[in-house]
Write a new protein. Sequence first.
Length: 299
Amino acid sequence: MENPYIDWDAKFAEALKLNVPEAKFDNFAFSGIGGSGIIGDIARVFFPNIKPASMIEGKETLLAVSYSGNTSETIEDVKTALQKGSEVILITSGGILGQFAKEKGLKHIIVKGGSQTRYSFPYLITPLLKIVSERTGSKLNLNELKEGVETKKQEVIEEGKRLAKLIIGRIPVFYGSKLIGIAKRYKQEVNENAKYPAFYGEIPEVNHNEVEAYVHGYNIHPIVLLSKEIDEVTAKVLNATVIKGMFDSDLKNVSSLMMMGGVMSIEIAESLHETPDKLYNIPKARELTSNLFKPSSIL
């Protein structure tokens, strides 16, 4: 298949044109899971005070992201937030949540659908950052998201391919502190696209426990995403492969590093003769989860 990550510059350009509603409250919470959930992790690079939906008390703006619009856990969070008197802004391509937003007059953004959530990162992260940035008066230049995957596209692609070659035949463990969301996404990309085991850990926590596992951790490949001095400690202790952003801008580094991880995972999938967008076990897990929540009757 054609690599679904290398056109992210065009996707960011489309996403930057999206109109977003104004948030009512200064306090933000986030709901999402899987590929949609990573949006909250990445948003906290720029806005650390965005809290998880489980901490909603009322009078917050819940940013609920579900690319499909049918994610049971997110539907449940939306229900709880509304019951507690919080505002909800939905980012989705449709589904149950998209229909509910239109019927109930909730603020929402409908993004381009028909793809896998993990391929659609630009459509989900851009409007969310725009909503929070406008409400908080932040001076984020969101055009830098596009520039991060455009100005050094070939270098990003080549680095992704290099990482894939280092990983094949070993089990990668991705580590990060400020960039823990990207480490988590790298793990998920390898799992979903390549159907291959991968894990992640948060620095500095792993320095107090997990690093000892490498005494008998055969065939494990530690990879550290550098953003703080403490990351260098983990990298040195584990003699890890190091990934560093190519730019001085956090926005550019986020978009380019996320694209790099996607390219890496597609390369691994191809080496294993796997079809990246084919899913074996996730649909079954979704069905069983849906039976628990019965989302069609929740809202």
